[in-house]
Ligand binder design. Structure first.
Ligand code: UDP
Length: 356
């Protein structure tokens, strides 16, 4: 494959795409990017393209602010039109968002091979829109790049061995990004001094299952308010969470900042004491930067972090959150374990894409 259409739409996909785009350029592959517009604020989109030198999208569908079904439907229609025009050799999708599903569905219906980076991940929670997106995308993908052994095993358990597909364990492209951009972040970001941060906990909250349930959201806010009495909690707040907190008239006592760019995020991860999050990517990044993580969900796709004692799953239980905070506050861990590859995941993937 030499002509690739890449579909991105949400913040974590820009970060993942940056790693592949760099390799495409290196290997002379012609890549055109479609931005679905799922995330559109400058600090949720533009900043990543600028900082990470991601090629400017050839197309921007500007689809956002509608329900899951409407969003996926509109994207499907928009992407199909472009694919018919461009006739690429393959369509590359990342992760588990509506953009991932719409892109893979549009391509597979046109018999264009689908390449899925971050294939095989499962939370086994079908109430998560992300779980639906990733299962369906995997099923219609032709080239499945799995970040971990667990992801490969998940596909095998679902019978993928008997399908005409190629499964490759390439490692985690987010590890590539963390390694590649850490130095640049160190040079460019001023966030630690600007905010005068010394001892702090970094937290992020945006998962729909948490933000859309007032009881759960209130529990998370109370838990973080409690921790904030002992050590400063800093939260770069996702726009969805911000809107809901405003609607519910909840005013947290911890430090809220606007969503930050990737360089600032790296510096926050590097300097924090501990991470509390419901994000998928941030759980791993905590590990990349040698920090323990408390996960505000009932399950995780990144089970190896829990098995190694780097991550604790607490759901939205404030007692468990408190307990995990106390436990990790005094725990020392050796993070020098190779769980996600050596920072060459994108290179391995692109080498494989070229062969197809
Ligand atoms: N991130 C960022 N700025 C922020 C919050 C997160 O750059 O203010 C990055 C984070 O470092 C990670 C990615 O966004 O690389 C994770 O995205 P998110 O948590 O939105 O999605 P998920 O990983 O849960 O799909």
């Amino acid at each position: 494959m030499h002509n690739i259409i890449t579909i991105v739409g949400a913040r974590p996909q820009f970060i993942k795409a940056a790693t592949l785009s760099r390799q495409f350029i290196k290997y002379g592959i012609n890549e055109k990017i479609i931005h679905t517009g799922q995330h559109f604020d400058a600090n949720m989109s533009e900043v990543f393209f600028e900082e990470m030198d991601i090629p400017t999208p050839a197309y921007n569908l500007n689809i956002n602010g509608v329900t899951h079904g409407a969003m996926t439907g509109k994207m499907l229609e928009g992407i199909e039109k472009i694919l018919l025009q461009e006739q690429p050799d393959g369509v590359l999708v990342f992760g588990d968002t509506n953009s991932t599903l719409a892109g893979s569905l549009a391509a597979s219906k046109l018999c264009i091979p689908v390449i899925h980076v971050e294939a095989g991940l499962r939370s086994f929670n079908m109430a998560m829109p992300e779980e639906i997106n990733r299962i369906l995308t995997d099923r219609i993908s032709n080239l499945l790049f799995c970040p971990t052994d667990t992801a490969v095993q998940n596909l095998k358990r679902e019978g993928f061995d008997s399908y005409q597909v190629q499964i490759v364990k390439n490692g985690d492209v987010m590890q590539d990004a963390a390694l590649y951009y850490a130095q640049k972040a160190q040079e460019k970001s001023r966030i630690i001094s600007q905010l005068g941060l010394t001892d702090f906990v970094l937290a992020t909250i945006h998962r729909q299952e948490n933000t859309d349930d007032p009881v759960k959201l209130q529990a998370i806010i109370s838990g973080l308010n409690n921790i904030n009495k002992m050590v400063q909690v800093v939260v770069p707040l996702h726009p969805r969470t911000r809107n809901i907190l405003q609607q519910m008239n909840i005013k947290p006592s911890f430090t809220i900042i606007e969503p930050v760019g990737y360089f600032d995020m790296i510096m926050l991860l590097k300097h924090c004491k501990l991470v509390v999050t419901d994000s998928g990517g941030v759980q791993k990044e905590a590990f990349f930067f040698g920090k323990h993580c408390i996960t505000l969900r009932e399950q995780t796709e990144w089970i190896e972090l829990v098995e190694h004692g780097f991550n604790r799953i607490v759901g939205t239980n404030t007692d468990l959150l408190q307990e995990a905070f106390q436990y990790f506050s005094s725990k020392q861990s050796d993070f020098a374990v190779d769980l996600y590859g050596n920072g060459r995941a994108a290179e391995v993937a692109v080498a494989e894409i070229i062969k197809n």
